[in-house]
Unconditional design. Structure first.
Length: 227
C-alpha cells in the first residue's frame, strides 16, 4: 500500500552567468546555489539523525495501519477504491512479503513507536538491478514535517546498499508540482511522461517517471552509504 509519488517542468539547473562578480543576476544565482547546498546538507542531516525507521511489515501490523489511515491519504490510490477491511489488509501485507519482486516496510516514529506510514520497493528487477519506490504517510498532521523525505532517503540507502540496485525510480502525477520539484531537489532526474498511466475514479492520469542512479546517490550522500 503506497502512494504514487507529483507535476512540473521545473529544472534543477541554474541559469548561466557571463560574469563572476556583482550584478543582480549573479547575486540571485549565488543565492540559489547556496540554498541548493543547504538543502543537500539538510538531507544528509536527516540520514545522520533519523526521526523514523523502516521495519519489515508483518501481518500483525495490519490493525495498527488501518487505525492510523485517514481518507485523505488514500484518495489517489486505486487499492482503496473499495473498502479495505482487516483481512484484506493482512492479505496485502502477506502478498507483498512473500513476493521476490516487492519489499514492504512500516514507517515507525522513533519518539513514540507509532506507525505513521508505509514504504516499499516494488517491481524489483534482479536482472537489471532496478526497482520502483513508493510511500504513504497516513495522517494529515504528519505531512509537511519532512517524514516523507526521510522515508525516501532511508529507502534509497537500503536500495543502493543491501539490495545492491543500480537504479530506483518513482512515478508522480504530472499535476503534482510540489512533489515533482522536491524530488528533483533530492537528486531524482526526469525520465519522461507516462501517458494515461494510472486509472483513478474512471479517469486516466498522466504521470512523470523520475529516477536516481546509484552513482547519483553516492555523489550526494556517499558518506552515509552503507558499506
Amino acid at each position: 500500500m503506497e502512494t504514487t509519488v507529483g507535476s512540473s517542468n521545473a529544472s534543477h539547473s541554474f541559469p548561466r552567468v557571463s560574469h563572476t562578480g556583482g550584478g543582480l543576476e549573479g547575486k540571485i544565482t549565488m543565492f540559489l546555489r547556496d540554498k541548493e547546498k543547504e538543502k543537500h546538507m539538510n538531507f544528509r542531516s536527516m540520514l545522520a539523525n533519523p526521526r523514523i525507521q523502516l521495519s519489515p511489515a508483518q501481518e500483525s501490523d495490519a490493525e495498527r495501519i488501518l487505525a492510523a489511515l485517514e481518507p485523505s491519504s488514500t484518495q489517489n490510490l486505486s487499492f482503496f477504491s473499495r473498502e479495505v477491511d482487516l483481512e484484506r489488509q493482512r492479505a496485502y501485507i502477506r502478498k507483498q512479503c512473500s513476493s521476490d519482486e516487492n519489499c514492504l516496510w512500516v514507517v515507525e516514529r522513533l519518539s513514540d513507536g507509532e506507525i505513521i506510514g508505509t514504504a516499499g520497493l516494488h517491481e524489483i528487477d534482479r536482472n537489471n538491478h532496478n526497482a520502483r519506490i513508493g510511500l504513504l504517510i497516513f495522517r494529515q498532521e504528519d505531512r509537511g514535517q519532512g517524514y516523507g523525505t526521510e522515508v525516501i532517503l532511508q529507502a534509497l540507502q537500503l536500495a543502493f546498499g543491501a539490495f545492491a540496485l543500480h537504479k530506483v525510480y518513482l512515478k508522480v502525477f504530472t499535476e503534482n508540482v510540489r512533489s515533482t520539484t522536491h524530488y528533483i531537489t533530492m537528486g531524482f532526474a526526469m525520465e519522461g511522461i507516462l501517458r494515461d498511466e494510472y486509472s483513478l475514479a474512471g479517469t486516466f492520469k498522466d504521470m512523470f517517471r523520475m529516477a536516481m542512479l546509484r552513482n547519483d546517490w553516492m555523489q550526494r550522500y556517499w558518506y552515509h552509504h552503507p558499506k
